[in-house]
Ligand binder design. Sequence first.
Ligand code: ATP
Length: 304
Amino acid sequence: MSTPAGTTPDEQPDVIETEHPDAPPPLDSEVAQVVAPDRDIEVAVGDNLVEIRDLTVTFGGLTALDSVSFDIRRGEILGLIGPNGAGKTTCFNAMTGVYKPSAGSVELEGHNLGGRKQHVITRLGLARTFQNIRLFGQMTALENVAVGLDARHKTSVPGAVFRSPRHRREEQDTIERGMALLEFVGIADKARDLARNLPYGYQRRLEIARALATEPKLLCLDEPAAGFNPAEKDELMALIRTIRDDGYTVLLIEHDMRLVMGVTDRIVVLEFGKKIAEGSPQEIREDPKVIAAYLGEESDDGAA
Ligand SMILES: Nc1ncnc2c1ncn2[C@@H]1O[C@H](COP(=O)(O)OP(=O)(O)OP(=O)(O)O)[C@@H](O)[C@H]1O
């Protein structure tokens, strides 16, 4: 399980070293400990990977996201929570190119993502899963992951048609890395099964593997535990921690408070499109504004 995503077990490059050669020196261990307490700190965690400033999205007369600002720090699991309709998915969609922000900016390592095409945003290092699973049902699990891996390949069309040595190398690389990713998320035994025949929990894990295949700097998970039983939620928490510990940064929208409080390093809370709180799980749990925001929901789904 500890194999870095996208590598074979006997070829374990230092992922962070490779991806961020200009990363600043590590923070002092006390700060880093707060950002990622379970992580084996050997790289610069804690500096801002994403900076969201005054992000605003309007639909006709409705302001779904109202001048929201927060940072996502490298190496952390950041929870984005809030009652139904608070603007969480809208925020995700504005970050990932589904919606064009009406105002404000989202910067990933200095690149403004606002208004860019989704595939460009993926290439810049942001990958996501969806509330409603979106897999290619007629393709095998391995083929679904290969779709994400293929985005990184460089063979020309003639090279692919005539099966050039580079193309064959890339095909082999796809199979090895795809299998490593399926193993990483715990479903390697289902590699040859059609995605639509997989149990629900496996489909969710496959979505995560496919997102990881693009080698994202930020992985955004939109309610990954939806429809899970408590045991499956525990397994998912362990997987999200493993992903973080392997050097990824994670943004997590999730309704289940036990999961959110149990897995995140920090939390941002939205209500009616505005940010009402930001802090550690402990701070958020005790914040009167957050408690008040969730009181109305308690009778609906027990989220508070
Ligand atoms: N495409 C859209 N067109 C019009 N209104 C929208 C659209 N998407 C979202 N909204 C509205 O924007 C507000 C925020 O919705 P959003 O889905 O972002 O909230 P959420 O916090 O993700 O809610 P939930 O927890 O229920 O998924 C809601 O009032 C919603 O009805």
